[in-house]
Write a protein that binds this ligand. Structure first.
Ligand code: NAD
Length: 261
């Protein structure tokens, strides 16, 4: 029966649709108001999940919530505040009457300055959101799943910056490297509770926030160093996200999945 639930029919034929289906699941996406977060929410919703859109400003989520319709709820969430994280999960569970069994740690920031000019505040702000925030969200989400005896999938949006060096973003690369390591730690500790934890590491993906940079000469030079000679689009991450969220990735945990062209 477990096999059937995971998308394998009794005869051994693969039921592709149920393998990737997220029907009955509840997905919380942090930083969902724009960029990749909004895209991730659309993908998970398209696969059948109920979606909890989380962001600091709830008014910024109204348009996306309206677009997604009935299977979407919004919660205010600053990932750096432990109490706000707990309240967001309480509100999410109240909205759909079930724990969030897909958690996408998407909220992230960067401060771009040479390391000699980075201040203590620059460093702290990046580490606070990208590493401490992801820990707070993952740990609170996992606690609630364990209490409800519900399996789940936590997807940490890291970056190729967590695996190599990108100039001018010391806090960013350090935080994303920390997030990759945190992913493995959580995966090992939470496996016994049937909670999978994986890191998705995008390369350069075009979003409103970086469009101007990639149109510039410096940005074009970066693109020329990508072997595929193009920027990724948010849609290039959809398959990897679905794999990690769904039964298709049932035996994947602690993985670092790179999507970087
Ligand atoms: P973005 O700036 O459009 O999105 C980041 C989101 O996080 C924003 O909605 C922002 O409001 C939110 N956020 C920031 N601080 C927050 C906080 N304290 N609490 C709650 N939300 C907060 O950028 P994006 O390109 O969509 O990036 C999304 C994620 O993907 C980030 O973690 C980023 O590091 C990662 N990523 C992006 C790329 C890329 O090329 N775009 C590549 C690799 C990794």
């Amino acid at each position: 029966l477990a096999g059937v639930r995971r998308g394998w029919s009794i005869a051994g034929m693969i039921d592709i649709q149920s393998l990737f289906s997220l029907e009955g699941r509840v997905a919380l996406v942090t930083g969902a108001s724009g960029g990749l977060g909004a895209h991730f929410a659309r993908v998970l919703h398209g696969a059948g999940a109920r979606i909890v859109l989380a962001a600091r400003r709830i008014d910024a989520l109204a348009a996306l919530a309206g677009e997604l319709g009935g299977r979407a709820a919004t919660v205010p969430l600053n990932v750096t505040e432990g109490e706000a994280v707990a309240q967001a999960f309480i509100a999410a569970e109240a909205a759909f009457g079930a724990p969030c069994d897909i958690i996408v740690n998407n909220a992230g920031i960067a401060v771009t300055k040479p390391v000699l000019q980075q201040s203590e505040a620059d460093w702290d702000s990046v580490l606070d959101v990208n590493l401490r925030g992801c820990f707070l969200v993952a740990a609170e989400g996992a606690r609630r799943l364990v209490a409800a005896k519900t399996p789940g999938s936590i997807i940490n949006i890291a970056s190729i910056g967590g695996l190599r060096i990108l100039s001018g973003v010391a806090g960013y690369t350090a935080s994303k490297a920390g997030l990759v390591q945190l992913t493995k730690q959580l995966a090992v500790e939470l496996a016994r509770h049937d909670i999978r934890v994986n890191a998705l590491c995008p390369g350069y993906i075009e979003t409103p926030i970086n469009r101007e940079f990639f149109a510039s000469e410096a940005g074009q030079a970066v693109i020329r160093r990508v072997p595929q000679r193009r920027l990724g689009q948010p849609g290039d991450l959809s398959g990897a996200l679905l794999l990690l969220a769904s039964a298709a990735g049932a035996h994947m945990t602690g993985a670092t999945l790179v999507v970087d062209g």
